[in-house]
Every structure is written in C-alpha cells, then in structure tokens.
Design a binder for this molecule. Structure first.
Ligand code: PMT
Length: 220
C-alpha cells in the first residue's frame, strides 16, 4: 500500500480549462483535458489528504474516493470564487488549471447572428489571476504550487511566474517536449522551488508525475 503521508491535510487543486462565454452557444477555451489535475487529486487522496478539486469543464473518466470534494465551475471568475472559499482552510493549493487570461468584455445574451452582419469584433478584458490572488493571501505555513505551461524561454518564464505570484514551487511543462502538456497521458516536468532547487524529471505517466509533485511539495 501507499503511505498516508498527507493524512490530516486539506489540499486545494484546480484542474481543466476555463470557458469564457462569448454568447449562449460559444466560448473561448483551451486544450486542457483535466488529466494532470485529476491525477493530482487521485494521488493526494490515496496518500490520505482531503481534497477540494475545483474543476473546469472536462470529460475524462475518474474514480474519486469520498475524500475528494469536486466543485465544478466554468469561468475563471467562478474558479477564483471557489478557490478563495476553499483556500482559507487549506494547507496547500496546487494550481493545475489552464485559466484563460482574457474573457469577452460583454458576452451577448442572445446568439450572435451571421446573416447580414459584419464579422464581430470581440473585445477582451483581463481575467483575475487566481494563483497570484492566493499568493497575496497566503498565510505562513500554507504552501502554494503553480504550473507553467511554456513554448519558449521555459526556465526563465517559470522562475518569473514563481516569483511574481509568490509561489513556493512551480511545475514547468513545455509544449516543445513530446508527450508533455495538454491531453497526453504522460508529462515531462521540471520543478523549481522558491528555496532555489531545480529538479528535472523524465517523461512519465501523469499519475507518477503527480506523486513526484507531491513528494517535492512535502519537502517544503
Ligand atoms: O489538463 P491536461 O490536458 O492534463 O494538461 C495539463 C496542463 C498542461 C493544463 C497542466 O500541466 C498545466 O501546465 N497547467 C497550467 C496551465 C497554464 O495556464 O499555465 P500558465 O503558465 O498560463 O499559468 C501559470 C500559473 O498561473 C498556473 O498555475 C495557472 O493555473 C495560474 N493562472 C494563470 C492565469 C490566471 N488568470 N490565473 C491563474 O491562476
């Protein structure tokens, strides 16, 4: 069996994409499947944690124990509200969701029509940064873990997100690595800690990646 090294801990985990509404039938989204965040929730629960999983829209199979409380949300704004509610009581938070940075400024109440219209211009506004908000609110003893999904200048970008969001560690995955990032069952990560460590890992199944992340988190 697995050791219960997270027994008594409450961990907030975000997963999946956010959907930002354009009109009642359309949204801005991204390719996150939820696999990485759901693997983290399953592994944390298997190691004894109570988990609050704040999930955007995903369609993957999962088999959560009763110690995983799933809160379903659609938009970044809703994800922020759910995270703020859960973080107060959490020992750690892992921000694995792919949150849209922008949302339509004025979503339409009715379906945008094609006939007789010029192509629409959709003005965007900045979404709240959930990780940064929790980073500002973090109490001593709370651990905040972020992800960085990069396509270039990976290490520099990850370290700058670690610092600007007041994280304790960040998990870098790069779309330049085959088998890493969105939708795959595998991932290839490098972890950067606020205390200055850089820990690279080989390509692994997302469940094993989740355990590696939890192992490093426990050293903080
Ligand atoms: O779901 P899968 O298909 O398994 O794919 C997994 C994954 C690629 C989505 C996951 O491993 C991952 O990298 N998640 C973070 C994706 C992302 O949005 O990264 P980012 O570099 O844009 O954001 C940096 C950090 O800030 C992340 O922790 C993110 O959750 C957080 N963030 C970003 C924007 C925002 N408005 N609020 C946030 O909290």
């Amino acid at each position: 069996g697995k050791s219960l090294d997270l027994a008594g801990k409450h961990i907030l985990i975000t997963a999946g994409p956010t959907y930002e509404r354009i009109d009642p039938v359309r949204f801005i989204g991204n390719y996150s499947s939820g696999k990485m965040g759901y693997a983290l929730a399953e592994e944390a629960a298997a190691r004894g944690a109570r988990v609050t999983l704040v999930s955007g829209h995903v369609s993957i199979a999962h088999d959560f124990s009763p110690s995983v409380d799933v809160v379903r949300v659609e938009s970044a704004r809703q994800m922020l509200d759910a995270c703020e509610a859960a973080f107060a009581d959490a020992d750690a938070a892992i921000m694995c969701a792919a949150v849209a940075d922008y949302a339509p400024a004025a979503p339409s109440d009715t379906k945008i029509k094609r006939e007789g219209n010029e192509p629409p211009v959709i003005r965007l506004v900045k979404n709240p940064d959930i990780a940064r908000t929790l980073g500002e609110r973090k109490r001593s003893g709370q651990i905040l873990v972020g992800f960085a999904l990069e396509t270039d200048h990976e290490g520099d970008n990850a370290i700058s997100k670690l610092k600007s969001k007041n994280l304790d560690m960040i998990v870098l995955n790069s779309l330049r690595d085959a088998g890493a990032g969105f939708s795959t069952d595998t991932n290839k990560i490098t972890i950067y800690t606020a205390d200055g460590r850089t820990v690279p890992f080989p390509l692994k199944d997302k469940r094993e990646v989740a355990d590696d992340i939890l192992d490093i988190m426990l050293t903080l």
